[in-house]
Design a protein around this ligand. Structure first.
Ligand code: NAI
Ligand code: MG
Length: 494
């Protein structure tokens, strides 16, 4: 169905209890389902298909069959089809925005519409890269033509989380498909519907089986996908803990794996920064509008002593002025936390910070009205006065909780920023060119920005070091390195 469905409840009902396998919306073989509820009100949205190993096998078999013909479609033609998918998704961005706002609780104006709006950009970026799947010729011997050929891996298994499901799925499927692979996605149990709608739309353009999606729980549906003998590559975004489970299972089969995992991204603010710009960057970087549910959230803010108090006051004022409420209301700045489990985790960290002696500056106000009483709303917290050893400073919270830590000199801030198991992203705010360059070189992270805090951008490699992951996404290199294999060919002409 390609009609626009702007009522997200109706669209979720339409997608109820379905996977997408072989180009069709199909019921789970077990007949089992699970409830997906609104994180804002607790009300049931719809039932999602509870996939198991049998569904995964059907999806992978369909993908493996389709892959033979898909690899024979010329690379530029595959790109054209992916471009057509991008255009169709762009025409449907408002319905996707509303559905993802309903299921994730992310505010429509500040988060969900923006996420749905970038899909076309990612698809169009990769659509143009089909002709870049090039190999090399090598002057090995005068009588031998020696070359490398890039080939698709085969069937790619993609496991995605709930915090930005549309965006994070697009970053995996667009390059995998342009490179000639076919794909089976396992959606996150908290947010199965908007990504399934994308599949339904893409199925009107792509040959059946090229792209499949199963929904279900991690151990019952994600694990069989990683373990399936016909899956030749796994790409995963989620927690460090689950990432290690996935990597271990991939190692059993000796298949490559890309991991985009957690973060505890530092923000270093020097006395000489542009304060207004820096505070705006802190609000955006910490993703307060998304309740801090981002792997790159600026959750450790090291602020130089001379500017510390003014920075904290300005940041508090800005977050205080934000309106928390119904994710589908245009006035809302901040939506909800995704689930009860995350809600409890965030509250536990706030209690830990208080017990560690931190001052919890609580901002904004809980929404009023009985409808939102069961919702997963937490007042954003800006901690000050926390000891560096506090778990609030060391561990990923994935909630609207940040810590501002005072420092005197740059070396001290740099050492603290790098003293972390994570290395996903970092920002540095200064007007001094020498400090900027020094920090850019020495900050241990995959993505370092000075005086700005952009999210992932098509064309720029994105991915962490240390426990934050393995491999890159979002770029040409990501497609070549992670979704193709290189074959060496020698033609002996003597
Ligand atoms: P998770 O890592 O458990 O879930 C991510 C995906 O992995 C989901 O689709 C899930 O069903 C799947 N999965 C779970 N167990 C699996 C298994 N054994 N085999 C294969 N797939 C499996 O993350 P969860 O539980 O939703 O969140 C826990 C924490 O993870 C958060 O508090 C946050 O700190 C972090 N996280 C990080 C994300 C990121 O963008 N890097 C995204 C989501 C969570
Ligand atoms: Mg989990």
């Amino acid at each position: 169905m390609t009609d626009l469905v702007l009522d997200p409840h109706a669209l979720a009902k339409h997608l109820q209890q379905r996977h997408l396998i072989g180009g069709q919306l199909v019921a789970p073989s077990s007949g089992q389902s699970f409830e997906v509820a609104s994180p804002a009100t607790g009300a049931l949205i719809a039932l999602a298909a509870a996939g198991d190993a049998a569904d995964v096998d059907a999806a992978v078999t369909s993908a493996a069959t389709a892959q033979v013909a898909w690899a024979k479609v010329s690379a530029r033609q595959r790109g054209k089809l992916i471009g057509a998918c991008g255009a169709l998704l762009d025409a449907h961005k408002e319905e996707l925005a509303r559905l993802v706002a309903l299921e994730t609780g992310k505010a429509i104006r500040t988060e969900s519409r923006i996420e749905a709006g970038v899909l076309a950009d990612i698809f169009h970026f990769y659509a143009g890269l089909g002709s870049e799947l090039k190999g090399e010729t090598i002057p090995f011997h005068p009588d031998m033509l020696t070359m490398t050929i890039r080939e698709p891996i085969g069937v790619v298994g993609a496991i995605i989380p709930w915090n930005a499901p549309l965006l994070l799925m697009a970053l995996k499927i667009a390059p995998a498909l342009v490179a000639g692979n076919t794909v089976v996605v396992k959606s996150a149990e908290e947010a199965p519907f908007a990504v399934l709608r994308i599949c339904e739309l893409m199925a009107t353009i792509l040959p059946p089986g090229v792209f499949n999606l199963v929904s279900g729980m991690g151990p019952e549906c994600g694990a069989p996908l990683v373990a399936h003998p016909k899956v030749g590559k796994v790409t995963f975004t989620g927690s460090v803990e689950t990432g290690k489970i996935v990597a271990r299972a991939a190692a059993e089969k000796l298949i490559p794996v890309t991991l985009e995992l957690g973060g505890k991204s530092p923000m270093i603010v020097m006395d000489d920064c542009d304060l207004d710009r820096t505070v705006a960057g802190a609000v955006a970087g910490m993703r307060f509008t998304r309740m801090g549910q981002s792997c790159t959230a600026a959750s450790r803010m090291y602020v130089q002593a001379g500017i510390h108090d003014r920075f904290v006051a300005a940041l508090r004022a800005k977050v205080d002025a934000m309106l928390m409420g119904d994710p589908l209301d245009e006035k809302t700045d901040i939506g909800t936390i995704i689930s009860r489990a995350q809600f409890e985790k965030v509250n536990a960290y706030i209690a830990i910070g208080k017990a560690d002696g931190g001052t919890a500056n609580e901002c904004s106000a809980l929404p009023t009205g009985d409808a939102f009483k069961p919702g997963y709303y937490v007042r954003p917290v800006i901690f000050t006065d926390l000891p560096g050893s506090s778990r609030v400073i060391r561990e990923e919270i994935f909630g609207p909780v940040t810590a501002v830590i005072k420092f005197d000199d740059f070396e001290q801030a740099l050492a603290a920023a790098n003293d972390s198991e994570y290395g996903l992203a970092a920002t540095l705010w200064t007007r001094d060119l020498k400090t900027a360059l020094d920090g850019a070189r020495r900050l241990q992270a995959g993505f370092v920005q000075v005086n700005q805090n952009l999210v992932v951008q098509p064309g720029l490699s994105y991915g962490g070091i240390k426990s934050s992951g393995l491999g890159k996404e979002a770029s040409l290199e990501a497609m070549l390195d992670h979704f193709t294999t290189k074959k060496t060919v020698i033609l002996n002409m003597t």
